[in-house]
Design a protein around this ligand. Structure first.
Ligand SMILES: [Zn+2]
Ligand SMILES: [Zn+2]
Length: 181
């Protein structure tokens, strides 16, 4: 199972390396490679009133880029604050049909909540939410188990509650979906 990681803007290499290691460690048979930085957010994504970017515009951009890159699964990573209409923010959004997802690390940083910088905690949250979005690309849905990485997190505190791994049920589903593909 190949997945490409696309940084939308310039970001710390440690973020991308941590995500790569996490995806390869938790998803059976996953091979992840890091693409060169894209360099700009999609056009028409920015909402000046909200000072946030629309997540669906990133998915559109990723769908268009995916053909040129020639990968089956593409996960974009942005530092920008993203939202979906009707929601205050999202940590990420996936489009399983097209095999693309976007992850925003903006609200995973402790500093966003006025707390002290903590790189280890920040990276762990990035890894969990990246695995979560790739899980959606691989057709998994939200899981009721609050410790499972596929649990829906409404806040960063709920991200901290869950592990980076899949519960046995989600892991079985993942293996099953891979076989029938
Ligand atoms: Zn989700
Ligand atoms: Zn689960």
């Amino acid at each position: 199972m190949e997945v490409a990681l696309l940084p939308i803007e310039e970001m710390g290499r440690e973020i991308l390396e941590a995500i790569r290691e996490g995806l390869e460690g938790e998803i059976p048979g996953a091979r992840c490679h890091i693409l060169p930085m894209r360099g700009r957010a999609p056009s028409k994504a920015y909402n000046p009133r909200r000072r946030q970017y629309r997540s669906d515009r990133f998915l559109e951009q990723l769908r268009a880029l995916k053909k040129g890159i020639g990968v089956n699964r593409l996960l974009g990573v942005t530092l920008l604050d993203i939202y979906a209409p009707g929601l205050n923010f999202v940590f990420g959004e996936a489009d399983p049909k097209w095999g693309v997802a976007i992850l925003s690390t903006h609200r995973l940083r402790p500093e966003f909540y006025g707390l002290k910088e903590n790189l280890g905690l920040y990276l762990e949250r990035c890894v969990k939410e990246a695995i979560h979005e790739l899980g959606h690309i691989l057709r998994l849905r939200h899981c009721p188990d609050p410790r499972c990485v596929m649990h829906f997190s409404n806040s960063v505190w709920e991200v901290d509650e869950k592990r980076r791994g899949f519960c046995p049920r989600c892991l079985n589903l993942l293996r099953y979906y891979e076989e029938i593909r």
